[in-house]
Design a protein around this ligand. Structure first.
Ligand SMILES: C[S@@+](CC[C@H](N)C(=O)[O-])C[C@H]1O[C@@H](n2cnc3c(N)ncnc32)[C@H](O)[C@@H]1O
Length: 233
């Protein structure tokens, strides 16, 4: 009788242990990027879990880090000399694209992120790598572009309402030289319709919907600037 009770208790204990530990989902593997740099940029965070004002959330997209190759590929495609350009990432999240831009030696690095916790992580990542970048916790729709040549990087951070406001700020940008690198360009047609940006196209192998497209400000666009191999937008 005592043995039977003990056996039942052991089975219940084992079952409880299996429920609490055994079925716990395994955390996703750390990305090669985060492992190599010992930073925290991984993860996909839905809008519902991002701490931002409701009116901004209505016009925002979720957090997800960039593919680590996208910036290098787009910069080479457009023939950009990073040392001459400020790099602006609107919706910089945890700062992965800023880290990538630092490795390409852009002249100045600026990130804007509305979610305070993500901006803090970006600052910590950049500090850990000794990268000098400005990270502003702010609404990208209020960003004023710096003087001088600018590369604006967007990884599908917002819906058309905010993108439209950003395009108007870009139109007023003081510098004559301008490129926009738009990764996962869901609303690229807004840039096409701006009247001051010309789509150069997409690097080979990156033309799919979740690929990347590049625009150049027409103030400096001259015939022959479209790089060889460009796929017209
Ligand atoms: C897809 S993630 C891009 C992360 C980063 N640019 C990268 O490439 O690794 C988009 C980011 O935009 C931010 N975001 C959305 N709306 C914003 C706004 N109005 N102002 C600033 N950041 C915004 C989100 O919080 C999210 O972190």
């Amino acid at each position: 009788m005592t043995h039977t009770v003990l056996l039942i208790l052991a089975v219940i204990a084992a079952w409880t242990l299996w429920r609490t530990i055994g079925r716990r989902p395994t955390p996703p593997a750390r990305s090669a990027f985060d492992t190599r740099h010992d930073v925290d940029t991984d993860g996909e965070i839905p809008i519902s879990r991002l701490d931002m004002p409701a009116d901004i959330a209505d016009r925002a997209e979720r957090y997800m880090p960039s593919d680590e190759r996208v910036l290098e590929v787009a910069v080479a495609f457009a023939g950009i000399d990073p040392a001459r350009f400020s790099f602006v990432d609107l919706g910089c999240g945890k700062g992965r694209a800023l880290i990538m831009a630092s490795q390409l030696h852009f002249r100045r690095l600026i990130g804007v992120e509305i979610v305070p916790a993500l901006a803090d992580i970006a600052r910590a990542n950049l500090a850990r790598l000794g990268v000098a970048a400005e990270v502003h916790t702010a609404d990208a729709a209020r960003f004023v572009f710096p003087p001088g040549p600018v590369v604006l990087f967007l990884f599908n951070p917002f819906k058309p309402a905010t993108l439209g406001t950003v395009i108007e700020a870009l139109r007023a940008a003081p510098g004559p030289e301008l490129f926009v690198i738009y990764y996962a360009p869901d609303h690229g047609k807004l840039l096409d319709a701006s009247g001051f940006l010309t789509r150069l196209g997409s690097p080979r192998g990156w033309r799919r919907r979740d690929g990347v497209a590049v625009w150049q400000g027409t103030r400096t666009l001259t015939a022959g600037v479209v790089p060889p191999g460009a796929i017209p937008g």
